[in-house]
Design a protein around this ligand. Structure first.
Ligand code: ATP
Ligand code: MG
Length: 243
């Protein structure tokens, strides 16, 4: 089996993805796949196309070509809310918490029915995953730090009991101690059998959590392989990542 493929059948499979903003051809032939219990890092510098890839998977940017299969269903061309209902969660770059609602109320906003083939999350379980949030259950979202808000958006997405989550730069702007907590949380999601695709510029964070990596540059895939292969390839890292 190819090193750039997940070890078990993919839950999320993207092939030949092309996307445009107006006339600008942003993604060209992007491919990636991730299985249950698999963490894939989508790496690349500013403007490489990481967020556009995640938004295209989620239906927020309409792919011009390509095939996106989630859990056996073609989802390219499907509305974002329908994709979410299939069990694909998305945490965008601009964390959109409700600033007037408390932590508990923000979590309730994300609640969906339990899914037979995905872990079921409750606020109590999420406070085990993110202990900081458990200490501020009634605090309004607007009076939390950026890192706490980041944890809250991930926790709220998990309230939808997804099978797979797309996280856009989960470590961005976090203090080192909080980065460790975030890494621990993502490793727990993997243990729970979730499929996780995270975009990152931070190679250190990615190596704490990811099994495999895809590097994009100018909207094209430049590397796909295991984190070990990436660690062993300084030329690729220097060419496409800010290290
Ligand atoms: N709404 C938009 N309209 C037009 N161009 C856009 C839009 N959003 C992004 N772009 C352009 O598309 C390209 C890819 O952007 P994208 O946000 O996917 O990059 P990224 O890898 O997520 O970068 P970063 O690490 O800075 O978040 C960039 O050239 C960017 O300027
Ligand atoms: Mg981005």
């Amino acid at each position: 089996m190819a090193a750039d493929a997940p070890p078990v059948p993919a839950l999320l499979q993207v092939e030949g993805l092309h996307a445009y903003y107006g006339r600008a051809h942003i993604l060209a032939d992007v491919a990636l796949s991730a299985a249950a219990g698999d963490v894939l890092a989508l790496l690349g510098r500013n403007g490489a196309g990481k967020s556009t890839t995640l938004k295209s998977i989620m239906g927020l940017v309409r792919p011009a070509a390509g095939q996106i299969v989630f859990d056996g269903v073609r989802i390219d061309g499907t509305a974002p809310y329908r994709i979410a209902r299939l069990g694909l969660g998305f945490v965008p770059e601009d964390r959109r918490i409700f600033t007037d609602l408390s932590v508990m109320e923000n979590l309730e906003v994300g609640r969906q029915q339990p899914r037979p083939d995905a872990p079921t999350w409750t606020p109590e379980r999420l406070f085990e995953l993110f202990p900081n949030l458990g200490r501020m259950k009634s605090r309004p979202g607007g009076r939390m730090s950026g890192g706490e808000q980041q944890m809250l958006t991930i926790a709220r997405t998990l309230m939808g009991n997804p099978k797979c989550v797309l996280l856009d730069e989960p470590s961005e702007g976090l203090a080192p101690l909080i980065v460790e907590q975030m890494a621990h949380a993502i490793r727990t999601l993997r243990q729970e059998g979730l499929c996780v695709v995270l975009s990152e510029q931070n190679l250190h964070f990615s190596s704490l959590v990811a099994d495999r990596a895809v590097i994009v540059e100018k909207g094209r895939v430049r590397f796909a392989g295991t984190m070990d292969e990436l660690r062993a390839d300084p030329a690729v890292r220097e060419q496409y990542l800010s290290v």
